[in-house]
Design a protein around this ligand. Structure first.
Ligand SMILES: *Cc1c(COP(=O)(O)O)cnc(C)c1O
Length: 287
């Protein structure tokens, strides 16, 4: 199997516990805090975002809280156990209640309860998050790049990347979700807020979700196992596995022309590997 030839920007290495795009998304979300201000965010049992927030919060001496989707299980996921160990306070809510996480009055209730409290949305998906992602790429990195490729969940990172890219460079977001879920509109909206509303140097590739969020098709599993053996670094099945699989397929089909100089973002997420028992042990216990 010819693996996609591209350069890889290893954002997973920028921090031992909070590496990846979440590190950048948190940067401005945690700026200008009042003394004693608590941080509240939202996520599921394997959330890379909550894991990163717990780690950064512990490092900065912040009191972090998380509203977690679903009733408290008897045994916590590795992600939530880590978060707890790093001092994050976990508030489990029913799936029905969790659906209200974006509602202003629901958020206001939590903010009143934890006042003074800074709210960071699920996944760090807001303008501050996108602004942080504008800082991922440096001019040196871009010098030899035609296309920046990355995995997309909410599209926040893609918006930051596209805003930072001057023509003729382009961004390719590989969606890990089935269906658009409003991603393109969100990217457009964030780009406008970043003062880059006219940017049309990006697109979202929708064909490689492989069954939907966190679903792993057999061909993705086979691809990942071979990729990791041959490339010598780890991927996660939810995001970066799908990104590199998409690049491999797009190269093989000729949709990505052979001369295209690709910079692929390794956006982290390796802690989430522990939710997949078919994967071998990853780096430093983060299987
Ligand atoms: C959260 C996450 C993404 C998706 O980022 P968005 O900005 O929501 O599109 C991609 N890769 C990894 C590893 C993530 O944890």
């Amino acid at each position: 199997m010819p693996l996609p030839d591209c350069r890889v920007l290893r954002l997973d290495l920028v921090h031992p516990l909070a590496g990846g795009n979440k590190w950048y998304k948190l940067r401005y979300n945690l700026q200008g805090l009042q003394p004693g201000e608590r941080i509240l965010s939202f996520g599921g049992a394997w959330s890379n975002h909550l894991h990163a927030l717990a780690a950064v919060g512990a490092e900065l001496g912040l009191e972090t809280h998380a509203v977690v989707r679903g009733e408290r299980p008897e045994t916590l996921s590795d992600t939530l156990q880590d978060a707890l160990d790093m001092g994050m306070v976990l508030h489990f809510v029913s799936r029905g209640e969790y659906r209200r996480r974006h509602d202003a009055d629901y958020q206001a209730g939590w903010q009143a309860r934890l006042a003074p409290c800074r709210l960071v949305p699920e996944g760090g998906a807001n303008l501050a998050g996108a602004r942080g992602c504008q800082e991922i790429l440096s001019p040196t990195l871009l010098a030899d790049t035609d296309l920046v490729a990355l995995a997309c969940g909410t599209g926040t990172t893609l918006a930051g990347i596209a805003a930072a890219l001057e023509a003729p460079r382009r961004a390719l977001g590989v969606s890990v979700l089935r269906g658009d879920g409003g991603m393109r509109e969100r990217v457009k909206h964030l780009l406008a807020q970043l003062g880059a509303g006219a940017r049309d140097n990006w697109r979202v590739e929708q064909r490689f979700h492989g069954g939907g969020y966190a679903r792993v098709a057999p061909e993705l599993r086979d691809f990942m196992l071979e990729f990791e053996q041959r490339q010598g670094f780890a991927l996660d099945p939810v995001y970066t596995g799908k990104l590199f699989y998409a690049l491999y397929r797009l190269r093989a089909s000729g949709e990505l022309a052979p001369g295209t100089r690709i910079l692929a973002l390794h956006s982290g997420g390796l802690q989430g590997r522990r939710g997949f028992d078919w994967l071998p042990e990853g780096p430093a216990g983060l299987r």
